[in-house]
Design a protein around this ligand. Structure first.
Ligand SMILES: C[S@@+](CC[C@H](N)C(=O)[O-])C[C@H]1O[C@@H](n2cnc3c(N)ncnc32)[C@H](O)[C@@H]1O
Length: 271
C-alpha cells in the first residue's frame, strides 16, 4: 500500500497494489456486523436458492457467501465466486479447501466480462461491489447475459450519502465523508441498483435495506487514515483534524457515538 493512499482500494485497477491483509481484516469484521448478517440472510431467502442450482457471487472477496450458497445448492448444484483480485481468490480457495458439501469454484475475472457462458446461472448475488465499478451498466448487462430465463439476482450496495458520523462538527464531518469516498467511482450506488436492473431488462421483485453500523475498533483506523488525506488535500487543517478525532474519541469514551452507512438490496429475475 503506498504512503499517498493509505486507504485500501477495492478498485479493479488496484488489485495488485492494495493492502490485502487489511482488506481481509475489514471484510471479516464486516461479515460479523449484525446488519450485514441480516441482509445476507434476507437476500438468500429472497433469492430462493434451491438444491441443484448453479449460484454465482460476483466480487466474492473472502468467499464466505460462496460457501453459504454452496450449502444451499448441495452436491447436485455448483457455487462459483468471481473476483479480479488473485490474493482474495487464493484466500477464498484456502478457506474452501476442506469444504465438501458442494462443488465450489473461484474464478479470476471481472464483472465487466464474466468468464461464464450465456444463460448458465440460476442465482446471482453481488454485494458491495458496484460502488467500485466505473461501468455498472456493463456489469448489469453481463448479469443479464449469464442468467438463465427465470434466474434470480440480488445486487447489494451502500449509498454513501447516507453515511453518519457522530459526534463531531457537522461541516468537518462532511468534508471527511467527501474525501474518504472520493476514491469510489460510484458512491451513490445504492440508489441506482433498481434502475440498472430495470434497464438491463430484468424484472424487480423486492427491495430491502439494512445499515452497516461500525464499532470504533473497525472504523477509527479508517478515520485516522482518512483525516490524514483530508489534511493533505487541504480540506482540513491539522488543528481541525485533531479537533474532529478528539470529538469522536471523547464520544466513544462516554458511549455516545454512531458510525454507519445504509445498504440497499434489490432482487430481480430474468423474464
Ligand atoms: C468491498 S469488497 C466486497 C466483497 C464481498 N462481496 C463481501 O461483501 O464481503 C469488493 C470486492 O469487489 C471486487 N471487485 C472490484 N472490482 C471488481 C470487478 N470489476 N469485478 C468483480 N469484482 C470486483 C474486489 O476485488 C473485492 O473482492
Amino acid at each position: 500500500m503506498s504512503e499517498q493512499n493509505p486507504i485500501p482500494s477495492f478498485h479493479v485497477d488496484r488489485v495488485h497494489d492494495t493492502d490485502n491483509e487489511l482488506i481481509t481484516r475489514v471484510l471479516d469484521l464486516q461479515a460479523e456486523v449484525a446488519g450485514v448478517v441480516r441482509m445476507r440472510e434476507w437476500v438468500r431467502d429472497a433469492l430462493a436458492v434451491r438444491e441443484g442450482d448453479t449460484a454465482l457471487d460476483i466480487g466474492s472477496g473472502t468467499g464466505s457467501e460462496v460457501l453459504a450458497l454452496a450449502r444451499l445448492v448441495g452436491g447436485t448444484g455448483r457455487a462459483v465466486g468471481v473476483d479480479p483480485n488473485p490474493a482474495m481468490l487464493a484466500l477464498a480457495r484456502e478457506r474452501a479447501r476442506e469444504f465438501t458439501e458442494a462443488p465450489v469454484d473461484f474464478i479470476e475475472g471481472s464483472a465487466y466480462a464474466l468468464p461464464l457462458p450465456d444463460a448458465d446461472i440460476d442465482v446471482i448475488r453481488c454485494e458491495r461491489v458496484y460502488q467500485h465499478l466505473d461501468d455498472p451498466a456493463q456489469a448489469t448487462a453481463e448479469i443479464a447475459r449469464v442468467l438463465r430465463p427465470g434466474g434470480r439476482v440480488a445486487l447489494i450496495d451502500s449509498d454513501w450519502s447516507t453515511a453518519i458520523t457522530h459526534p463531531g462538527d457537522p461541516e468537518l464531518i462532511e468534508r471527511l465523508h467527501q474525501q474518504m469516498q472520493s476514491a469510489s467511482p460510484n458512491r451513490t450506488s445504492g440508489r441506482r441498483l433498481r434502475g440498472l436492473l430495470h434497464s438491463a431488462g430484468l424484472v424487480i421483485d423486492d427491495i430491502g435495506s439494512e445499515a452497516l453500523v461500525w464499532e470504533p475498533e473497525s472504523i477509527m483506523p479508517m478515520y485516522t487514515a482518512g483525516t490524514e488525506r483530508v489534511v493533505a488535500a487541504g480540506l482540513l487543517t491539522e488543528a481541525q483534524r485533531e479537533q474532529l478525532l478528539g470529538e469522536m474519541s471523547r464520544g466513544i469514551e462516554r458511549g455516545d457515538y454512531h458510525f454507519s452507512v445504509t445498504m440497499f438490496a434489490v432482487v430481480a429475475h430474468k423474464p
